[in-house]
Design a protein around this ligand. Sequence first.
Ligand code: NAP
Ligand code: MG
Length: 496
Amino acid sequence: METFSISSAVQKRLDKPQPMLTGGDWHLAEDNSVSDIYNPSNGEILGVAASATRADCERAITAARSTFDAGVWTGFTPAQRGKILWRAADLLELYADEIAELEMLDAGKSFSGVREGEIPFAADCFRYYAGWCTKIEGSTKQLSTVPDQEFHIYTRREPIGVAALIVPWNGPLVQAAWKVAPALAAGCSCILKPATETPLSSVRLGEILLEAGVPPGVFNLLLGGGSTVGQLLAEHPDVDKVSFTGSTEVGKQIIDAARGNLKKVSLELGGKSPVIVYADADIEAAIAGIAQGIFSHAGQVCVAGSRLYVEESIYEQVVEGVAKIAREMRVGPATTEGMDMGPLISQRHLTSVCKMVQAGIDSGARLLTGGERIEGQGGYYLQPTVFADTKHGMQIVEEEIFGPVLVAMPFSPDADIAAIANANAYGLAASVWTRDISKAHKTAARIKAGILWINCHGIPDAAIPFGGYRQSGWGRENGFESLLQYTELKSVVALL
Ligand code: NAP
Ligand code: MG
């Protein structure tokens, strides 16, 4: 088993229970309860994190409510708010080495991937929304039935209030940034709840936001389980908005929980994103893109290209090409540089992915490569897995696996491939591979997905709206569209 020495700065953090942040105070749970934090690369316990009681949740909600109602954050000028968000981005970069180490240990991501990818990406998200702070505006309107000079009518965009932000474990820092940055840009007070599996980077983010100048109580952090803390946030009458990223199943529970005060809900949920490869595609580029689209972060990516459709004349070549990449991938600890794929997040998740692989085998799909656990490293590893000749109706084709498991199917040139790809409950993302630009855009128009890539897969950006059709969610993250979801729109009609 490899050995990795944790830096003294990170070890010092891990030696203490991870605290929560309420009204500017860092504290543990009222009853001192904690939960273990695991390193998915070796299965060892890294430390413990506070686990909020109901009283801790009430305290955080009260802090957010009172700062919002007192106009603490909206009392800053938009330019001041923008400067603070920009400073948060600078601090994320300043502390990048430490944050990358935390995320590597906690979420099983490679140091360089976080250092060079996710941290710049999260920082860019804060800078993108820093720019929006000074550009939130309404418009003037005209009554349709009355001459213009008799009324003055305008709209105002106002912050929605207290926003609960619930994020999963697969991209803890980036997913937090995608919610915290627009919520703060809009002028909301917020409460972040990371997944129990991955609290570390959100504690660091809380410190950074305070250091950047976000006033105490405007950003609050609760740690603890979804069925307790998350559920309470979704139900609470003093929370005006819940923004959730995670499973479709929990997304539906959030909707139920939110009915009490009809808080606004946005949901970024699961996917089973199709990848369509036409015979005229650049085959080598497609093979590399498909492998990257399903195996990056061991398939624990909401937009993973997990359902592959290849035109029959190149089907064997493409699936064999992807399988070859899979066979050659080095799978191992995130803490070892040079690995192509790291661990799954937890024993529980590994078990659930393995069950799906078995279901694939049992349903008669052809296992081209992978499917086995990799033992001996202590962590939660699965071989990159490719199933060929799968069929609609099989569980592995219909359901999100959230692991490094690809299902592949051929299609004939006269098939209506867009309709076939659309025959799934999800609609998060898709990609189309072809050299024919007309075919690419025609297919793009017909696929039911919130984001569609042509000749690439899995490229998000703070400026590009991102979210799901169908059971992949409600609303959009990123872009101006996300900011709007942290606002209410008011129309003011004045009789002159
Ligand atoms: P999950 O249960 O949906 O968890 C996501 C977040 O919601 C976590 O912070 C979780 O807290 C919290 N949560 C859980 N139950 C809640 C409830 N009743 N009310 C409010 N919040 C609640 O996802 P998971 O169990 O970690 O993963 C399960 C599956 O979800 C995956 O296999 C994958 O299919 C999907 N998933 C999708 C995405 C995505 O990006 N779209 C991300 C992650 C997972 P705790 O975890 O602390 O309990
Ligand atoms: Mg869960």
